[in-house]
Design a protein around this ligand. Sequence first.
Ligand code: GDP
Ligand code: GDP
Length: 407
Amino acid sequence: MIFLFGSLKNKLKEAVSKITDKIYSKGGIKEDIEPNETSDVTTSEGTTDTEKTTIQCSNNGKNIETKISYEKESSSINTVKNDKGSAKSEIGFFDRFKLMKTIKKVLGKEVVITEDDIEDVLEEMELELLEADVAYDVVEKIISSLKEQLVGKKISPKENPEEVVINALKKAIEDILSQNKIDIYQIIEEKKKKNEPAVFLFVGINGTGKTTTISKLGYILKEKGYSVVLAAGDTFRAGAIEQLEEHGRNIGVKVIRHQKGADSAAVIYDAIKHAKARGINVVLADTAGRQTTNTNLMDEIKKVARVVKPDLIIFVGDALTGNDAITQAEEFNQAVNIDGVILTKIDADAKGGAALSIAYAIGKPILFLGVGQRYCDLMEFDVNWMVNKLFGEDENMKKVISTERDF
Ligand code: GDP
Ligand code: GDP
Protein backbone atom coordinates (compact mmCIF):
# COMPACT_ATOMS: atom_id res chain seq x y z
CA MET A 1 0.00 0.00 0.00
CA ILE A 2 1.01 3.56 -0.55
CA PHE A 3 1.15 6.18 2.15
CA LEU A 4 -0.07 9.59 1.06
CA PHE A 5 2.59 12.31 1.26
CA GLY A 6 4.97 9.67 2.69
CA SER A 7 8.31 11.36 2.27
CA LEU A 8 7.10 14.79 3.36
CA LYS A 9 5.50 13.28 6.41
CA ASN A 10 8.75 11.58 7.38
CA LYS A 11 10.76 14.73 6.93
CA LEU A 12 8.39 16.68 9.16
CA LYS A 13 8.59 13.92 11.72
CA GLU A 14 12.40 14.07 11.71
CA ALA A 15 12.39 17.84 12.09
CA VAL A 16 10.06 17.61 15.09
CA SER A 17 12.31 14.99 16.70
CA LYS A 18 15.42 17.06 16.20
CA ILE A 19 13.97 20.27 17.58
CA THR A 20 12.51 18.41 20.53
CA ASP A 21 15.86 16.76 21.22
CA LYS A 22 17.45 20.21 21.36
CA ILE A 23 14.93 21.26 23.96
CA TYR A 24 15.61 18.14 26.01
CA SER A 25 19.35 18.60 25.75
CA LYS A 26 18.86 22.02 27.29
CA GLY A 27 16.32 21.18 29.93
CA GLY A 28 16.83 17.48 30.56
CA ILE A 29 14.10 14.86 30.24
CA LYS A 30 11.58 14.00 32.84
CA GLU A 31 9.15 11.19 32.21
CA ASP A 32 5.69 11.53 33.73
CA ILE A 33 3.09 8.82 33.83
CA GLU A 34 -0.18 10.42 32.88
CA PRO A 35 -3.65 9.12 32.07
CA ASN A 36 -4.42 8.55 28.45
CA GLU A 37 -7.17 11.15 28.00
CA THR A 38 -7.11 11.99 24.30
CA SER A 39 -6.99 8.58 22.75
CA ASP A 40 -10.17 9.28 20.77
CA VAL A 41 -8.14 11.45 18.44
CA THR A 42 -7.69 8.56 16.01
CA THR A 43 -11.37 7.80 15.80
CA SER A 44 -12.35 11.35 14.96
CA GLU A 45 -9.78 11.47 12.18
CA GLY A 46 -10.95 8.15 10.87
CA THR A 47 -14.50 9.42 10.67
CA THR A 48 -13.52 12.33 8.49
CA ASP A 49 -11.82 10.02 6.03
CA THR A 50 -14.64 7.54 5.94
CA GLU A 51 -17.13 10.29 5.25
CA LYS A 52 -15.10 11.61 2.37
CA THR A 53 -14.72 8.14 0.93
CA THR A 54 -18.36 7.20 1.22
CA ILE A 55 -19.59 10.38 -0.42
CA GLN A 56 -17.63 9.61 -3.51
CA CYS A 57 -16.99 5.90 -3.59
CA SER A 58 -20.07 4.08 -2.29
CA ASN A 59 -21.99 3.52 -5.45
CA ASN A 60 -23.14 -0.07 -4.90
CA GLY A 61 -19.91 -1.43 -6.20
CA LYS A 62 -20.20 0.69 -9.34
CA ASN A 63 -16.70 1.90 -8.81
CA ILE A 64 -15.77 1.74 -12.42
CA GLU A 65 -12.16 2.08 -13.38
CA THR A 66 -11.19 5.07 -15.49
CA LYS A 67 -8.83 2.87 -17.46
CA ILE A 68 -10.21 2.49 -20.94
CA SER A 69 -9.08 0.63 -23.99
CA TYR A 70 -7.60 3.71 -25.59
CA GLU A 71 -3.80 3.40 -25.55
CA LYS A 72 -2.14 6.52 -24.26
CA GLU A 73 0.79 8.01 -26.11
CA SER A 74 2.70 8.32 -22.91
CA SER A 75 1.86 7.43 -19.38
CA SER A 76 4.22 8.55 -16.74
CA ILE A 77 2.64 6.40 -14.12
CA ASN A 78 4.22 3.09 -15.01
CA THR A 79 7.71 4.43 -14.97
CA VAL A 80 7.43 5.91 -11.54
CA LYS A 81 8.70 3.94 -8.66
CA ASN A 82 6.86 4.46 -5.49
CA ASP A 83 9.16 5.33 -2.69
CA LYS A 84 7.38 2.91 -0.43
CA GLY A 85 10.50 2.17 1.57
CA SER A 86 11.00 5.65 2.88
CA ALA A 87 7.29 6.15 3.32
CA LYS A 88 7.08 3.28 5.78
CA SER A 89 6.90 5.18 9.00
CA GLU A 90 6.12 4.39 12.55
CA ILE A 91 2.39 4.39 12.96
CA GLY A 92 0.99 7.49 14.51
CA PHE A 93 4.18 9.24 15.46
CA PHE A 94 2.52 12.60 15.75
CA ASP A 95 -0.23 11.34 17.96
CA ARG A 96 2.01 9.17 20.03
CA PHE A 97 2.43 11.78 22.68
CA LYS A 98 -1.33 11.94 23.04
CA LEU A 99 -1.76 8.20 23.29
CA MET A 100 1.25 7.42 25.47
CA LYS A 101 0.90 7.21 29.14
CA THR A 102 4.51 8.19 29.58
CA ILE A 103 4.84 11.85 28.71
CA LYS A 104 8.28 13.36 28.32
CA LYS A 105 8.73 16.81 29.74
CA VAL A 106 11.63 19.04 30.52
CA LEU A 107 13.10 18.72 34.00
CA GLY A 108 11.97 20.97 36.81
CA LYS A 109 12.93 24.27 35.16
CA GLU A 110 11.60 26.39 32.32
CA VAL A 111 13.44 26.20 29.00
CA VAL A 112 13.58 29.17 26.64
CA ILE A 113 14.19 28.28 22.98
CA THR A 114 16.80 30.51 21.33
CA GLU A 115 17.59 31.01 17.66
CA ASP A 116 20.94 29.25 18.23
CA ASP A 117 19.15 26.19 19.55
CA ILE A 118 17.21 25.59 16.36
CA GLU A 119 19.28 27.28 13.65
CA ASP A 120 21.14 24.18 12.46
CA VAL A 121 18.07 21.97 12.70
CA LEU A 122 16.12 24.42 10.57
CA GLU A 123 18.93 24.51 8.02
CA GLU A 124 18.82 20.73 7.74
CA MET A 125 15.06 20.87 7.54
CA GLU A 126 15.30 23.30 4.64
CA LEU A 127 17.27 20.81 2.58
CA GLU A 128 15.08 17.90 3.60
CA LEU A 129 11.93 19.68 2.51
CA LEU A 130 13.43 20.70 -0.81
CA GLU A 131 14.24 17.03 -1.36
CA ALA A 132 10.58 16.18 -0.81
CA ASP A 133 9.68 18.54 -3.71
CA VAL A 134 8.49 21.35 -1.49
CA ALA A 135 8.88 24.61 -3.43
CA TYR A 136 11.62 26.96 -2.26
CA ASP A 137 9.28 29.80 -1.25
CA VAL A 138 7.18 27.40 0.75
CA VAL A 139 10.22 26.01 2.56
CA GLU A 140 11.30 29.56 3.42
CA LYS A 141 7.85 30.36 4.70
CA ILE A 142 7.75 27.27 6.92
CA ILE A 143 11.17 28.02 8.37
CA SER A 144 10.39 31.67 9.09
CA SER A 145 7.05 30.75 10.62
CA LEU A 146 8.73 28.19 12.90
CA LYS A 147 11.35 30.73 13.96
CA GLU A 148 8.70 33.31 14.66
CA GLN A 149 6.68 30.92 16.76
CA LEU A 150 9.46 29.09 18.57
CA VAL A 151 12.30 31.54 19.20
CA GLY A 152 11.81 33.04 22.65
CA LYS A 153 9.15 30.48 23.47
CA LYS A 154 9.22 29.37 27.09
CA ILE A 155 8.54 25.73 27.73
CA SER A 156 7.48 25.04 31.27
CA PRO A 157 7.95 21.71 33.03
CA LYS A 158 4.19 21.22 32.60
CA GLU A 159 4.33 21.31 28.81
CA ASN A 160 5.23 18.59 26.37
CA PRO A 161 7.94 20.01 24.06
CA GLU A 162 6.97 17.68 21.25
CA GLU A 163 3.43 19.02 21.29
CA VAL A 164 4.68 22.62 21.27
CA VAL A 165 6.85 21.96 18.19
CA ILE A 166 4.14 20.01 16.36
CA ASN A 167 1.59 22.76 16.95
CA ALA A 168 3.98 25.38 15.56
CA LEU A 169 4.64 23.28 12.48
CA LYS A 170 0.95 22.54 12.00
CA LYS A 171 0.17 26.25 12.10
CA ALA A 172 2.91 27.00 9.55
CA ILE A 173 1.48 24.39 7.20
CA GLU A 174 -2.15 25.40 7.70
CA ASP A 175 -1.24 28.98 6.76
CA ILE A 176 0.44 27.78 3.58
CA LEU A 177 -2.43 25.56 2.51
CA SER A 178 -5.19 28.06 3.28
CA GLN A 179 -5.91 30.00 0.12
CA ASN A 180 -9.30 31.51 -0.70
CA LYS A 181 -11.71 28.63 -0.98
CA ILE A 182 -13.88 28.05 -4.04
CA ASP A 183 -17.13 26.18 -3.69
CA ILE A 184 -17.85 24.68 -7.10
CA TYR A 185 -21.30 23.54 -6.00
CA GLN A 186 -22.24 27.09 -5.05
CA ILE A 187 -21.12 28.27 -8.49
CA ILE A 188 -23.26 25.59 -10.13
CA GLU A 189 -26.25 26.53 -7.96
CA GLU A 190 -25.90 30.22 -8.76
CA LYS A 191 -25.76 29.55 -12.50
CA LYS A 192 -28.73 27.24 -12.14
CA LYS A 193 -30.80 30.09 -10.72
CA LYS A 194 -30.03 32.06 -13.88
CA ASN A 195 -30.93 29.05 -16.05
CA GLU A 196 -27.38 28.86 -17.28
CA PRO A 197 -24.83 26.07 -17.18
CA ALA A 198 -21.67 26.45 -15.09
CA VAL A 199 -18.71 26.16 -17.43
CA PHE A 200 -15.44 24.74 -16.17
CA LEU A 201 -12.45 24.85 -18.51
CA PHE A 202 -9.56 22.47 -17.86
CA VAL A 203 -6.02 23.39 -18.85
CA GLY A 204 -2.58 21.86 -18.42
CA ILE A 205 0.23 20.09 -20.22
CA ASN A 206 -0.04 16.62 -21.80
CA GLY A 207 -0.55 13.53 -19.70
CA THR A 208 -1.27 15.20 -16.38
CA GLY A 209 -4.69 13.57 -16.17
CA LYS A 210 -6.98 16.27 -17.60
CA THR A 211 -9.28 13.93 -19.49
CA THR A 212 -9.48 11.43 -16.65
CA THR A 213 -10.13 14.19 -14.11
CA ILE A 214 -12.92 15.72 -16.21
CA SER A 215 -14.57 12.31 -16.37
CA LYS A 216 -14.17 11.78 -12.63
CA LEU A 217 -15.71 15.16 -11.92
CA GLY A 218 -18.50 14.46 -14.40
CA TYR A 219 -19.20 11.21 -12.59
CA ILE A 220 -19.21 12.82 -9.16
CA LEU A 221 -21.43 15.71 -10.26
CA LYS A 222 -23.86 13.26 -11.81
CA GLU A 223 -23.89 11.27 -8.58
CA LYS A 224 -24.78 14.47 -6.79
CA GLY A 225 -27.76 14.94 -9.07
CA TYR A 226 -26.45 17.51 -11.56
CA SER A 227 -26.78 17.12 -15.31
CA VAL A 228 -23.46 17.32 -17.11
CA VAL A 229 -22.12 17.56 -20.64
CA LEU A 230 -18.48 17.11 -21.65
CA ALA A 231 -16.88 19.21 -24.41
CA ALA A 232 -14.20 17.47 -26.47
CA GLY A 233 -12.05 20.57 -26.75
CA ASP A 234 -8.83 18.60 -27.24
CA THR A 235 -9.10 18.51 -30.99
CA PHE A 236 -5.39 18.06 -31.45
CA ARG A 237 -4.13 14.85 -29.83
CA ALA A 238 -4.76 11.63 -31.73
CA GLY A 239 -7.55 9.70 -30.05
CA ALA A 240 -8.39 12.43 -27.53
CA ILE A 241 -11.98 12.82 -28.74
CA GLU A 242 -12.57 9.06 -28.73
CA GLN A 243 -11.01 8.79 -25.27
CA LEU A 244 -13.43 11.37 -23.88
CA GLU A 245 -16.36 9.70 -25.65
CA GLU A 246 -15.53 6.39 -24.05
CA HIS A 247 -15.40 8.03 -20.63
CA GLY A 248 -18.72 9.70 -21.45
CA ARG A 249 -20.27 6.30 -22.22
CA ASN A 250 -18.85 4.82 -19.00
CA ILE A 251 -20.31 7.53 -16.81
CA GLY A 252 -23.50 8.07 -18.84
CA VAL A 253 -22.77 11.65 -19.87
CA LYS A 254 -23.08 13.16 -23.34
CA VAL A 255 -19.98 14.40 -25.12
CA ILE A 256 -20.13 17.27 -27.62
CA ARG A 257 -17.50 16.83 -30.30
CA HIS A 258 -16.36 18.10 -33.67
CA GLN A 259 -13.79 16.50 -35.92
CA LYS A 260 -10.12 16.23 -35.06
CA GLY A 261 -8.35 19.47 -35.91
CA ALA A 262 -11.48 21.59 -35.37
CA ASP A 263 -11.39 24.85 -33.47
CA SER A 264 -11.35 24.06 -29.76
CA ALA A 265 -13.24 27.22 -28.79
CA ALA A 266 -15.99 26.37 -31.31
CA VAL A 267 -16.50 22.89 -29.81
CA ILE A 268 -16.80 24.25 -26.31
CA TYR A 269 -19.07 27.04 -27.49
CA ASP A 270 -21.34 24.41 -29.04
CA ALA A 271 -21.35 22.41 -25.83
CA ILE A 272 -22.45 25.50 -23.91
CA LYS A 273 -25.22 26.15 -26.45
CA HIS A 274 -26.32 22.54 -26.12
CA ALA A 275 -26.34 22.81 -22.33
CA LYS A 276 -28.34 26.05 -22.40
CA ALA A 277 -30.90 24.60 -24.80
CA ARG A 278 -31.48 21.52 -22.62
CA GLY A 279 -31.13 23.02 -19.17
CA ILE A 280 -27.96 21.08 -18.41
CA ASN A 281 -26.25 22.25 -15.22
CA VAL A 282 -22.55 21.86 -15.97
CA VAL A 283 -20.22 21.92 -18.98
CA LEU A 284 -16.81 20.35 -18.39
CA ALA A 285 -14.48 21.39 -21.21
CA ASP A 286 -11.34 19.49 -22.13
CA THR A 287 -8.51 21.27 -23.97
CA ALA A 288 -5.37 19.96 -25.65
CA GLY A 289 -2.37 19.57 -23.40
CA ARG A 290 0.23 22.17 -24.24
CA GLN A 291 3.72 23.11 -23.16
CA THR A 292 3.88 26.59 -21.69
CA THR A 293 6.92 27.38 -23.83
CA ASN A 294 4.81 27.12 -27.00
CA THR A 295 3.64 30.71 -27.44
CA ASN A 296 1.19 29.88 -30.22
CA LEU A 297 -0.58 27.29 -28.16
CA MET A 298 -0.64 29.52 -25.10
CA ASP A 299 -2.22 32.20 -27.31
CA GLU A 300 -4.72 29.60 -28.45
CA ILE A 301 -5.78 28.78 -24.89
CA LYS A 302 -6.10 32.50 -24.16
CA LYS A 303 -8.45 32.72 -27.13
CA VAL A 304 -10.46 29.75 -25.89
CA ALA A 305 -10.79 31.39 -22.47
CA ARG A 306 -11.88 34.67 -24.07
CA VAL A 307 -14.50 33.09 -26.30
CA VAL A 308 -15.86 30.59 -23.82
CA LYS A 309 -15.85 32.86 -20.73
CA PRO A 310 -15.73 29.94 -18.30
CA ASP A 311 -16.89 30.28 -14.72
CA LEU A 312 -13.73 28.55 -13.60
CA ILE A 313 -10.43 27.81 -15.29
CA ILE A 314 -9.00 24.78 -13.60
CA PHE A 315 -5.35 23.84 -13.95
CA VAL A 316 -4.68 20.11 -13.80
CA GLY A 317 -1.20 19.23 -12.57
CA ASP A 318 0.55 15.92 -12.00
CA ALA A 319 1.83 15.61 -8.42
CA LEU A 320 4.56 13.22 -9.57
CA THR A 321 6.26 16.01 -11.47
CA GLY A 322 6.88 17.95 -8.25
CA ASN A 323 8.23 21.43 -8.84
CA ASP A 324 7.48 21.23 -12.56
CA ALA A 325 3.78 21.11 -11.75
CA ILE A 326 4.21 24.33 -9.80
CA THR A 327 6.10 26.09 -12.60
CA GLN A 328 3.40 25.02 -15.06
CA ALA A 329 0.68 26.30 -12.75
CA GLU A 330 2.45 29.65 -12.48
CA GLU A 331 2.77 29.91 -16.24
CA PHE A 332 -0.83 28.95 -16.98
CA ASN A 333 -1.89 31.37 -14.27
CA GLN A 334 -0.01 34.15 -16.01
CA ALA A 335 -1.51 33.26 -19.38
CA VAL A 336 -5.16 32.70 -18.47
CA ASN A 337 -5.53 33.56 -14.78
CA ILE A 338 -6.53 30.17 -13.44
CA ASP A 339 -9.00 29.93 -10.57
CA GLY A 340 -8.00 26.69 -8.94
CA VAL A 341 -5.95 23.54 -9.19
CA ILE A 342 -6.59 19.83 -9.34
CA LEU A 343 -3.54 17.79 -8.52
CA THR A 344 -3.61 14.23 -9.83
CA LYS A 345 -1.78 10.97 -9.03
CA ILE A 346 -1.52 11.80 -5.34
CA ASP A 347 -1.93 8.05 -4.73
CA ALA A 348 1.36 7.42 -6.53
CA ASP A 349 3.27 10.44 -5.25
CA ALA A 350 5.70 9.31 -2.57
CA LYS A 351 7.02 12.81 -1.92
CA GLY A 352 4.09 15.10 -1.23
CA GLY A 353 5.83 18.43 -1.81
CA ALA A 354 3.73 19.50 -4.79
CA ALA A 355 0.50 19.16 -2.85
CA LEU A 356 1.93 21.26 -0.07
CA SER A 357 3.33 23.95 -2.35
CA ILE A 358 1.12 24.53 -5.34
CA ALA A 359 -1.69 26.60 -3.81
CA TYR A 360 0.72 28.91 -1.99
CA ALA A 361 2.89 29.33 -5.09
CA ILE A 362 0.06 30.74 -7.17
CA GLY A 363 -2.27 32.00 -4.45
CA LYS A 364 -5.12 29.84 -5.79
CA PRO A 365 -6.73 26.94 -3.99
CA ILE A 366 -6.47 23.23 -4.67
CA LEU A 367 -10.03 22.14 -5.47
CA PHE A 368 -9.60 18.38 -5.72
CA LEU A 369 -6.94 15.71 -5.51
CA GLY A 370 -6.85 12.75 -7.89
CA VAL A 371 -6.20 9.69 -5.76
CA GLY A 372 -6.55 6.72 -8.08
CA GLN A 373 -7.92 5.27 -11.26
CA ARG A 374 -11.59 4.83 -10.54
CA TYR A 375 -14.13 7.52 -11.36
CA CYS A 376 -14.78 8.03 -7.68
CA ASP A 377 -11.08 8.59 -6.91
CA LEU A 378 -11.33 12.35 -6.81
CA MET A 379 -11.30 13.91 -3.37
CA GLU A 380 -12.45 17.36 -2.43
CA PHE A 381 -9.42 19.10 -1.04
CA ASP A 382 -9.64 20.17 2.54
CA VAL A 383 -6.86 21.85 4.51
CA ASN A 384 -7.68 20.05 7.75
CA TRP A 385 -7.71 16.73 5.97
CA MET A 386 -4.24 17.32 4.57
CA VAL A 387 -2.87 18.54 7.89
CA ASN A 388 -4.33 15.44 9.53
CA LYS A 389 -2.69 13.29 6.91
CA LEU A 390 0.66 14.93 7.55
CA PHE A 391 0.45 14.78 11.32
CA GLY A 392 -2.02 12.01 11.98
CA GLU A 393 -2.01 8.30 11.90
CA ASP A 394 -0.83 6.34 8.88
CA GLU A 395 -3.52 3.76 9.54
CA ASN A 396 -6.23 6.21 8.50
CA MET A 397 -4.62 6.84 5.17
CA LYS A 398 -5.58 3.39 3.97
CA LYS A 399 -9.20 4.42 3.89
CA VAL A 400 -8.91 7.25 1.43
CA ILE A 401 -7.12 5.44 -1.30
CA SER A 402 -8.49 2.88 -3.62
CA THR A 403 -7.56 -0.73 -3.09
CA GLU A 404 -8.81 -1.65 -6.53
CA ARG A 405 -6.17 0.03 -8.61
CA ASP A 406 -4.25 -2.28 -10.87
CA PHE A 407 -0.79 -0.83 -10.67
P1 GDP B 1 -4.38 14.09 -20.21
O1 GDP B 1 -3.41 13.92 -21.33
O2 GDP B 1 -3.99 15.26 -19.33
O3 GDP B 1 -5.79 14.17 -20.64
O4 GDP B 1 -4.19 12.82 -19.28
P2 GDP B 1 -5.12 11.54 -19.11
O5 GDP B 1 -6.42 11.89 -18.48
O6 GDP B 1 -5.16 10.77 -20.36
O7 GDP B 1 -4.30 10.75 -17.98
C1 GDP B 1 -2.98 10.33 -18.10
C2 GDP B 1 -2.73 9.09 -17.26
O8 GDP B 1 -2.77 9.42 -15.89
C3 GDP B 1 -3.76 8.00 -17.46
O9 GDP B 1 -3.08 6.76 -17.50
C4 GDP B 1 -4.63 8.09 -16.22
O10 GDP B 1 -5.21 6.86 -15.86
C5 GDP B 1 -3.63 8.52 -15.20
N1 GDP B 1 -4.23 9.24 -14.06
C6 GDP B 1 -4.99 10.36 -14.09
N2 GDP B 1 -5.34 10.74 -12.85
C7 GDP B 1 -4.80 9.85 -11.98
C8 GDP B 1 -4.79 9.70 -10.56
O11 GDP B 1 -5.35 10.49 -9.79
N3 GDP B 1 -4.09 8.65 -10.05
C9 GDP B 1 -3.45 7.76 -10.86
N4 GDP B 1 -2.80 6.79 -10.28
N5 GDP B 1 -3.43 7.88 -12.20
C10 GDP B 1 -4.10 8.90 -12.76
P1 GDP C 1 6.36 20.14 -33.01
O1 GDP C 1 5.94 21.22 -33.94
O2 GDP C 1 7.55 19.40 -33.47
O3 GDP C 1 6.45 20.60 -31.59
O4 GDP C 1 5.24 19.05 -33.09
P2 GDP C 1 3.83 19.05 -32.41
O5 GDP C 1 3.23 17.71 -32.68
O6 GDP C 1 3.91 19.52 -31.02
O7 GDP C 1 3.01 20.15 -33.24
C1 GDP C 1 2.76 20.06 -34.61
C2 GDP C 1 1.85 21.22 -35.01
O8 GDP C 1 0.65 21.18 -34.30
C3 GDP C 1 2.45 22.59 -34.71
O9 GDP C 1 2.03 23.51 -35.69
C4 GDP C 1 1.84 22.96 -33.38
O10 GDP C 1 1.77 24.35 -33.20
C5 GDP C 1 0.48 22.34 -33.50
N1 GDP C 1 0.00 21.93 -32.19
C6 GDP C 1 0.69 21.26 -31.25
N2 GDP C 1 -0.08 21.06 -30.16
C7 GDP C 1 -1.28 21.62 -30.44
C8 GDP C 1 -2.48 21.75 -29.69
O11 GDP C 1 -2.58 21.35 -28.55
N3 GDP C 1 -3.51 22.38 -30.29
C9 GDP C 1 -3.41 22.85 -31.56
N4 GDP C 1 -4.48 23.44 -32.04
N5 GDP C 1 -2.29 22.76 -32.30
C10 GDP C 1 -1.24 22.17 -31.74
